[in-house]
Design a protein around this ligand. Sequence first.
Ligand code: GDP
Ligand code: MG
Length: 217
Amino acid sequence: MHKIAEVEIQHDIMLANRKLAKKNQKILDKDEVFAVDVLGAIGSGKTSLIERLIQEMEQPMAVIAGDVISKFDAGRFEKYDVPVVGLNTGKECHLDAHLVEHALHDLPLADVDILFIENVGNLICPVDFDLGSHIRMVVISVSEGDDTVEKHPLIFKDADLVVINKVDIAEAVGADQDKMVDDVKILNPDVQVIKTSLKTGQGLKEIIEAIEKFMNE
Ligand SMILES: Nc1nc2c(ncn2[C@@H]2O[C@H](COP(=O)(O)OP(=O)(O)O)[C@@H](O)[C@H]2O)c(=O)[nH]1
Ligand SMILES: [Mg+2]
């Protein structure tokens, strides 16, 4: 009995989140804003990648920086003179559509073409919470270990773009970067997987091209 009630509550939360995510996408589409949910492990390079994309891409951008308690990442983005909203989730390990809706109201969406939403760093909780973004970009790095993909299949099954970052240190940490690519392809055969190093700039151009392709679809 107790177990059934738990499932129903969970189901209601998911349903409510899905409805709000649809509402968010309508808000974004009204102003023709393309939103990228950036998910991935802690320290994999999500903030660094968004920083590089802000510098390299020409479209006007905005960022929502999700974090458990701090505003560090929001502070990193503010340097680039783009609109930024920091969202703290408290004890929650993921952003949800309701939090993002609040942030959307604080952004000048009419002046924005691309919105990056940096989710809370982990490969588990954000999976079930659609934010209303147009694509999900999952960023992992070789330093988490080359078994990361096998251990967290769900997030890769649902990804639109996968980035395997820090390939510059793959040898030093003993990670087989090609195995990581193959593991993603087993789970999600059609997804584009891009190997990057934000230290050398490897793969950055491919990411930009991939995002722009999605924007034009
Ligand atoms: N060697 C190397 N370090 C990187 C790379 N990308 C990010 N880092 C470093 O990894 C650390 C975590 O990066 P950050 O962007 O904060 O990760 P986040 O937690 O996913 O947002 C920082 O010290 C970055 O300088 C990379 O491609 N190669
Ligand atoms: Mg970050």
